[in-house]
Design a protein around this ligand. Structure first.
Ligand code: NDP
Length: 313
């Protein structure tokens, strides 16, 4: 390992130790804006990071709605938490299926009147190791970006008004950094359009996704100047990051008492099915920043976090 890599590894390990310690410090009364009446919806919560986010949120005393695209698997996962004494309910939800989203929203409205927290965790990636197939690009972008976006749109009217404000947390990735040093879009004009809040819009993000998918279909994507690693996945997360900022701007003029804060974060490279358990971060550490953002008592919105710290988009 080179000196630089070793130093980065040391820094990460030190930060993870700090975070493990922070997790043991209870929230003080003035920070605790939530109670067991507070509802948190977590998508893709039957396993991996989503399950752990559900577990940690329930551990903080929030009522968690564990959602899963497979009903039976969701019920089994919820049982594990319920048997641990947590307040956990469960419902089917496939974020790439508009009917499933609307059935879920109807149920949520009827049973709970809405939610206070939404964690968009569900996601897919079909590249492992150094592979970079785009064979399933449409599916990756449909689930990771359009599924997340459709959930946000469907859930905004269901975010319950409160003095503390409702929260949306999107589980994203550093691979989707628009201005990262590596793995970025080579077209500087497009990067500027996607990073400047004056020009960034849902239309620009959707257009970028359509251009890429069209090039995949025409088999011309290799020369399109797209991110070089995990191209389809990186672009889907770039879209999630950009949409988080764009939506934060759109939501910013809501009146006091109806505020919605929206942020995204990168959990790191995590030991889950998605990485073939090859990651270097545990699910506990990976869920931490998501839980931190969901429970944050400060009015932070439109930001990208990693390891509880704000990072550049
Ligand atoms: P897993 O593959 O373990 O879990 C993914 C979860 O998403 C599963 O519950 C899966 O359900 C669910 N899911 C997939 N598609 C849908 C859908 N259409 N509707 C509802 N749920 C769906 O991966 P992780 O826990 O690692 O990933 C969680 C999130 O973290 C993802 O958004 C991922 O992109 C992100 N992330 C992960 C990293 C890592 O290193 N692992 C790094 C950076 C980001 P099912 O069981 O039915 O397949």
């Amino acid at each position: 390992m080179t000196g630089k890599k070793e130093k980065a590894k040391e820094r990460r390990e030190k930060r993870l130790q700090e975070i493990s310690l922070l997790r043991t410090i209870p929230y003080s009364d003035h920070q605790r804006w939530w109670s067991e009446e507070t509802i948190a919806v977590v998508t893709g919560a039957n396993r991996g990071i989503g399950f752990e986010i559900a577990r940690q949120l329930a551990g903080h005393g929030v009522t968690v709605i564990l959602t899963s695209r497979d009903t039976g698997v969701g019920i089994e996962a919820a049982k594990v938490l319920q048997e641990g004494g947590f307040n956990v309910d469960v419902h089917q939800l496939d974020i790439s299926d508009s009917e499933s989203i609307s059935n879920f929203c109807e149920w949520l409205k009827e049973k709970y009147g809405g939610t206070d927290i939404l964690v968009n965790n569900a996601g897919v990636n079909y590249n492992v190791g150094s592979d970079n197939s785009v064979q399933l690009a449409r599916q990756v972008i449909d689930v990771n970006y359009y599924g997340t976006k459709n959930m946000i749109k469907a859930m905004i009217p269901l975010m319950r008004p409160s003095a503390a404000g409702a929260r949306i947390v999107n589980v994203s990735s550093r691979l989707g950094k628009v201005n990262g040093r590596r793995n970025r879009i080579s077209d500087a004009t497009l990067r500027e359009e996607l990073s400047n809040l004056d020009t960034l819009s849902e239309e620009v993000i959707d257009r970028t996704m359509s251009t890429f998918l069209q090039q995949v279909e025409d088999d011309t994507w290799q020369s399109g100047g797209w991110p070089q690693s995990f191209t389809d996945y990186s672009l889907s997360k770039l879209a999630v990051n950009a949409y988080t900022r764009s939506m934060a701007k759109e939501l910013s003029d809501r009146p006091e008492g109806e505020k919605i804060f929206i942020n995204c974060y990168c959990p790191g490279w995590v030991k889950t099915a998605m990485t073939g358990w090859a990651g270097n971060i545990s699910v506990e550490d990976a869920a931490d920043t998501g839980v931190f953002l969901a429970l944050l008592h400060e009015a932070v919105t439109g930001k990208f976090f990693a390891e509880r710290r704000e990072v550049n988009f």
